[in-house]
Design a protein. Structure first.
Length: 106
């Protein structure tokens, strides 16, 4: 592997959930940004399927003068509804609950 082909990472802070306050090196893509979603599998102590912690990339902050992005951080997302699926711009939104909007019986 040549010197120019090094894999780059960026120290990224995590907020909320079990990883709150930790800073981990996260691999960055060709654009220099970390992935939009970071999934951390946590093994089950009883040998069952691992639980998955989901963190979403959010801006860390903006500079005062020019409003430039000052980097990224990951925020805990306990209600991950994507389940790892890709979301395309032409995809239909998630299905609405059944029944009419004013129906009290559901």
């Amino acid at each position: 592997m040549a010197e120019t082909d090094t894999v780059k990472s960026q120290d990224t802070p995590f907020e909320g959930g079990p990883m709150d306050g930790r800073v981990l090196p996260v691999l960055v893509g060709p654009t220099g940004h970390p992935p939009k979603t970071y999934r951390i599998p946590v093994p089950d102590p009883d040998g069952g399927p691992p639980a998955v912690l989901v963190y979403r990339r959010v801006p860390r902050g903006h500079s005062k003068r020019l409003g430039l992005l000052q980097g990224w951080k990951y925020q805990y997302d306990p209600d991950d509804r994507s389940a790892g699926k890709l979301r395309w711009p032409w995809s239909k939104p998630d299905a609405a609950p059944s029944g009419k909007p004013g129906d009290a019986n559901g």
